[in-house]
Structure formats: C-alpha cells, structure tokens
Design a protein around this ligand. Sequence first.
Ligand SMILES: [Zn+2]
Length: 309
Amino acid sequence: MTTLLISHPACLDHVTPPGHPERPDRLRAIDRALENEKFANLAREQAPMADIETVALAHPREYVEAIREAAPREGMVALDGDTSMSPGSLEAALRAVGGAVLAVDEVVGKKAANAFVATRPPGHHAESVRPMGFCLFNNVAVAARHAQKKHGLARVAIIDFDVHHGNGTQEIFWSDPTVMYCSTHQMPLYPGTGAKSERGDHDNIVNAPLRAGDGGEQFRAAMNEVILPRLEAFGPDLVIISSGFDAHIRDPLASLNFTEADFAWATKKLMELADRKAGGRVVSALEGGYDLQGLAGSVDAHVTALMRG
Ligand SMILES: [Zn+2]
C-alpha cells in the first residue's frame, strides 16, 4: 500500500477576487512540487463531487442548499468580507468535500496506506450554518462523520496545525464526545477563537494556542506536552489532519515561524500515534498556506513523511 494523493483540476476554477491569498496558484504550486520524481510512487485519484446527503453529515441540508443557490452564474458573489463564490466554486467545494470522503474510504478500505487531499476551498472555518474565512463546507468534519456513519469507526481525532484556529470544526464537534478536535494556532489572530479554556462539552476540544513569533520549538512542545498525550488517551480509530501550512515562516498572513522540518516532524508523530492506536489510518486535507514557496516546500515535506520517506 502506498500514499494516495487526491485532487481535481476543477478546484482551480474556484476564483477569488484579485489579490486574494486563497487563489488557484496555490494548487498549481502543490501540483508542481508533487510532480517531482520522488513522488512517482504516489497513487493518484481525482476527487469526486460529494452529494448533498454527504455534505449534510456536518451541515443542515438547508445550509447546503443555500450555498448551492448562492453560486453565481457569472462574476463573483461575496458571502462575507473574506469569502466569495465564483461560477466554479460550488463544484470545487463539493470536490473538496468529496476528496476528503474518498480519502476516508480508501484508507479505511485498506486501498491506501494514508492520503493527502490537495483541494480548495479549505474548510476548517466553515461552521455548521456559516461560510467563513475562505471556507464554504467543512471538509474534515464531513469526512469524520462519514468515517463514523459509513465505516462504523467509533472515535475520530482531527488535528489542525493551520496557523488559524479551526472555529468551524470546533463548533461542529463541540458537543460530540466521539470526535476530538486538537489545534495549534497563533493567538490572538483571526478568527479569535481557540483559547485553552475552550474545551467542548465533553473535554473533547484541545486548544494549544501559540504566540506571534513562536516557531518549531514551541510547536513541538505544544504537540508533545498537550496534544499528543490527549490523543493517546482518546485512542482514535482514525486520525484526520487539517493540514494548513500558513504557520510557515514565509507565510504573509501570520507570524509563526514553522519550517518544512516542523511539518514533517508533526506528520511523523501523528503517524506513529495512528500506528499505535488507529491501525495506521491517517487522512490529511489541505487547509491554508499562502506563500507559494513555503506551501510547496511544506507539502513536499508532509507528503514525504506520509510516504515514510
Ligand atoms: Zn489558515
């Protein structure tokens, strides 16, 4: 079994306003990085479009319909100050969900050792009934619920090392003791949530905020001392990574100083945990990362680690 890469060219057709950091070139940079011959052994699949019932695992059906109806036939429509839709956005968003769901199917079905889903728009800011922060549907939340409903997995852990707190994922699973959400993120920073005191109704939310200027040392300490012990005790049947790479030192949207080596380290630690607790099952889905060079290098390091390189 090998690592599976899931993407789709339609994810390039989600067009954002000029100068917007969450832009199609992000995926082009990732594509170029993963064309390197060291990734020749990756299995590659195209992300299917999720159907409404699947998206509705994490969002009310009316919300899914509202997003569908908001999609413009031409031009762009703003859903909030950061989040917009173009004519290609709905298909891209449904493929971002569908890719994460396919990744779960292939990893749980033992067709792949683990998987990385390179799609956009990202998802972790999308709350159950609110698009937010470049996100329309919460891709990892749907994937977690799908793993439980379709495959009967009892406990799912979502680890989010995007520089921004995944307020949407936290909101969706706040009262769900079967899903543990763990996040490192810069604080204070958008979206403003993610304090240590936010722990969920069942102590199933683990926030380990970092401060502007923090780097790999503080990240590794937060993982080693806060997040990994909680994951170990939780004992997930599946590990899902909200893999945002905007904590990279080059990233223009925030002020953490992670390097490629830090992302590789975290990936390996989560794989070790999954090997012990979750039958090795790891699904990683792209969130942020806005400096193209930092993003490409970080994805290279992350996927290399997934391939046990
Ligand atoms: Zn982010």
